[in-house]
Design a protein around this ligand. Structure first.
Ligand SMILES: [Zn+2]
Length: 879
């Protein structure tokens, strides 16, 4: 225990204990008034049959001003209860009773954005994971499921719209209260029992886009999307996405929507992306608003997938929920897998898979290999908010994906049907999910389940030899130690593979079951070492982990010729992309020590890249992925100790050399891919992506036409992807007209918050130490606001996580900026601050000079930090 730091209690999985009392129903009355909102709650308590002796129950409550507490309508004497340390303990409870509390809260002063808070004049909620305790007393844990009836009261003119979960059952005007003017109320009833983290309430003056959806059984559902009046024209894409998602879930999982209304509300102040509250989703504006003029193509795709994700939670999360927060991946991993498959079905499945793998290996792998490494089902936490991580979400999805492939599509569907059927209305565990997989397939997945409990990224080392007329592949797996988990056991690793002959054609393989396609085989590895032999001619190239069949680091010593063959001929999108990445990394690694060789390294890559460019019309989005250099962060993770300045030198030298070596191609792609009219289909988006990339390379290669092309595009863009691509090229490469473009862009979009976020992000991501000063200036910009998480993420988050050569400036100025920002933000919003603190996770691998500078800053911040930030910084500093 270090002295001087705040102590934060640890919650452990092994200590799970069912609640002493259950709650059958909740009647809430939320009376919204200026300054103070009064919440009256009546809880129908029933002793939990598993704890027949209980007469005491504790309720969570944070920052509540208790006015009265009554048991079965009799006001309780203060000797019967205690409210301290955010817990209300009530004694002498009968087997069944009603506990009524009246509390005051102040949503206007809630900057943590958890519980009930104000955003641009609207009152809204965020309760997952533990926000409900800031609204009223309640056992704030996901295994207490209750039926909610909620009455909301407020001023009619300011809050014409009063929403909560379920269906509206009664409404009316309140009698006049003198000066306050006319007030009104609405009562909502949610027939489905739910944990309190799914509670939602919205009061505001909002515009609505309305539509209907007829479910597979013929029920008519009202779909209502709400946003500020000025944003009404930005809801069409979300509506279309929602209807697609509803249909897809019926067809793919047999899941039908269950209430009469489905609502989404867009909120500009939001800690996360979106929240799946039953029947009343609340979304960060960035995940629901979309219009070609203001939203990039990537933004459109994000809206589609987040709308689908939250909708899918209605079954995977709401109807079947988590027993405790250690099981968070039960709902998140499964639902991410579902939304990934939905997006794959809506667009190019190959491109989608590569994008997801790219994200996983460049973001989740570093988390899994650094101080924040934790299992998909962790054993302990201090603040559950800190565990909404890529490991829980993205690695969790990979674990579900492996089960999907192990069982095959048909059995997997039977297993999910089984899971939903037997667990409907219950709070369950990851074990229950796997049990359904085992029940329908007859497979024993007990060893497979180590994926849930073992942290760290396994390394799969593959060697091969041709001997006695056979080709032998030898696999070895090893998972490095992670904090608190020294010893690792062998995992079940499905290895989907093919063997390409010298002409690049797949050899005939014995599929051997396990869902392998033609020319493929799936090896199920469950030992530390395994060898597999094949009757194929000599000289084959192994195409390994096809479709990225397991979330592991592949260590196989490919030759340059083999990689070129995979890139040119492999039918698997992931393996082609991986081959390109390996070629880039090999060249970049050499340049970290030998910067002068950039032209030679680029020249060696030209023939293979020209092949990709020649085929780019087949699938422009895939070509863009294949032609994209790995980022500086990913390159830096290969070099220990880490010196971000030498990484930056190598990276920019390579980009410049490729810009020059392929300049005629970049020029023709920049010119020929220019569209004359706007289309938002996948192919048009792919062409824009490829053209923006070409323009970036053209500018990196200092081509004289780059500036003209960027300015022309910036002046007359068809959509935000074009406008932003041009702005980025101008600003990142310091082209003439960059400053003017920034001014023009800010003038044009000053009233569009999400576009201004991009304006901040473009500037925060300019590589080089000089950007520290620019970010400092932008922190003082009138449009910068510490209380808006999107704005903070756009500026400080982009700087910290996406600009290593500035963040790690040698003189420590980036660390100074970061630590000051972290402390300032922590005082306002600890949850968002803790997420920002993760930006320092590479501390242990930094070269000694930078490490000392950053350590000093972090230790200073930690002295006065919130519990959320203390947990993150504590782990980073201890490693
Ligand atoms: Zn989710």
């Amino acid at each position: 225990m270090e002295t001087g730091y705040a102590a934060v209690a640890i919650t452990r999985l092994q200590d799970y204990c069912p609640p002493a009392y259950l709650i059958d129903s909740v009647a809430l009355d939320v009376d919204i008034r200026d300054g103070v909102t009064t919440v009256t709650s009546s809880l129908s308590l029933r002793r939990n049959p598993v704890s027949p002796e209980s007469t005491v129950m504790t309720f969570n409550g944070e920052g509540l001003t208790l006015r009265t507490l009554a048991l079965d309508d009799v006001v309780l004497d203060s000797s019967r209860y205690r409210y301290e340390n955010d817990l209300l303990t009530v004694q002498g409870l009968p087997a069944t009773c009603t506990l009524t509390s009246v509390v005051d809260i102040e949503p206007e002063n809630n900057t943590a954005l958890e519980g009930l808070y104000q955003s641009n004049g609207m009152i809204c909620t965020q309760c997952e994971a533990e926000g409900f305790r800031r609204i009223t007393f309640f056992p704030d844990r996901p295994d207490v499921l209750a039926r909610f009836t909620t009455t909301v009261r407020a001023d009619k003119a300011r809050y014409p719209l009063l929403l909560s979960n379920g269906n509206p059952v009664a409404w009316g005007d309140e009698k006049s209260h003198g000066e306050e003017g006319a007030r009104h109320w609405v009562t909502w009833e949610d027939p489905f029992p739910k944990p309190c983290y799914l509670f939602a309430l919205v009061a505001g003056d909002l515009a609505c886009l309305e539509d209907t959806f007829v479910t597979v059984s013929g029920r008519k559902v009202a779909l209502r999307l709400y946003a500020e009046h000025r944003d009404l024209d930005k809801l069409d894409h979300a509506m279309a996405s929602l209807k697609n998602a509803m249909r897809w879930d019926e067809q793919t999982y047999g899941r039908e929507y269950d209430l009469d209304i489905y609502m989404i509300v867009a909120v500009s102040h939001f800690n996360m992306g979106a929240m799946e509250n039953k029947g009343l989703n609340i979304f960060n504006t960035s995940c629901v608003l979309a219009h070609p003029a203001t939203t990039t193509d990537a933004g459109f795709q994000r809206v589609e997938s987040v709308v689908a994700h939250e909708y899918f939670h209605n079954w995977s999360g709401n109807r079947v929920t988590c027993r405790d927060w250690f099981q968070l991946s039960l709902k998140e991993g499964f639902t991410v897998f579902r939304d990934q498959e939905f997006s794959a079905d809506m667009h190019s499945a190959a491109v989608k898979r590569v994008e997801d793998v790219d994200f996983l290996v460049n973001h989740q792998f570093p988390e899994d290999q650094g101080p924040m490494a934790h299992a998909v089902r962790p054993e302990k936490y201090q603040k559950i908010d800190n565990f909404y991580t890529l490991t829980i979400y993205e690695k969790g999805a990979e674990i579900v994906r492996m089960q999907y492939h192990l069982l095959g599509a048909e059995n997997f569907r039977k297993a999910t049907d089984h899971y939903f059927e037997i667990n409907d209305g219950k709070a369950v565990t990851c074990d229950d999910f796997v049990a359904s997989m085992e029940a329908v397939s007859g497979y024993d997945l007990s060893q497979f389940k180590r994926w849930y409990s073992q942290a760290g990224t396994p390394i799969l080392t593959v060697t091969d030899e041709y001997r006695d007329g056979q080709y032998h592949l030898r696999f070895r797996q090893h998972t490095p130690a992670t904090p608190g988990q020294e010893q690792k056991q062998p995992l079940v690793i499905p290895i989907r593979l093919a063997l390409l002959d010298e002409q690049g054609a797949p050899c005939a393989l014995d599929a051997g079951g396990n869902g392998a396609a033609e020319g493929e085989q799936v090896v199920i590895m469950d030992q530390a070492e395994q060898t597999v032999s094949f009757n194929v001619p000599a000289g084959v190239t192994p195409s390994l982990l096809r479709g990225f069949s397991a979330p592991v680091v592949l260590d196989y010593d490919y030759s340059v010729d083999q990689l070129a063959r995979l890139l040119a001929y492999d039918s698997d999108g992931y393996c082609r992309w991986n081959a390109a990445q390996r070629l880039y990394f090999a060249a970049l690694d050499r340049l970290v020590t030998e910067t002068d060789e950039a032209d030679a390294e680029a020249a060696a890559l030209v023939p293979v890249l020209e092949q990709v460019i020649a085929r780019s019309d087949e699938d422009p989005a895939q070509a863009a992925l294949l032609l994209s250099l790995p980022g500086e962060v990913a390159l830096g993770d290969r070099h220990k100790p880490l010196n971000p300045a030498s990484i930056h030198r190598a990276h920019s030298a390579m980009k410049k050399a490729l810009g020059k070596a392929l300049q005629s191609h970049w020029l023709s792609l920049s010119e020929n891919l220019l569209a004359t009219e706007l289309s938002m289909d996948g192919r048009a988006m792919g062409r824009r992506q490829l053209r923006n990339l070409a323009l970036d390379f053209l500018a990196a290669g200092e081509h004289p036409e780059a500036g003209r092309l960027a300015v022309e595009l910036f002046e007359l863009p068809l959509c935000m992807s074009e406008e932003l691509g041009a702005l980025r090229a101008l600003v990142h490469h310091g082209l003439p007209g960059a400053d003017q473009a920034l001014t023009q862009f800010a003038d044009r979009w000053q009233d569009e918050a999400l576009v201004m976020d991009q304006w901040f992000a473009v500037q925060a991501s300019v590589p080089g130490a000089h950007t520290v000063e620019q970010v400092s200036r932008l922190l003082e910009h009138p449009a910068f606001d510490w209380k808006t998480p999107n704005r903070v993420r756009a500026l400080v988050g982009t700087f910290t996580n996406g600009n290593p050569s500035a963040f790690h400036a040698e003189n420590g100025s980036g660390y100074q900026l970061f630590s000051a920002a972290l402390s300032r933000l922590d005082a306002i919003n600890p949850q968002v601050a803790a997420r920002l603190a993760n930006g320092a996770a590479r501390l242990p691998v930094l070269e000694p000079g930078r490490k000392a500078l950053l350590t000093e800053r972090l230790a200073e911040v930690k002295k006065t930090a919130s519990g959320n930030v203390v947990e993150v910084l504590g782990r980073i500093l201890a490693s």
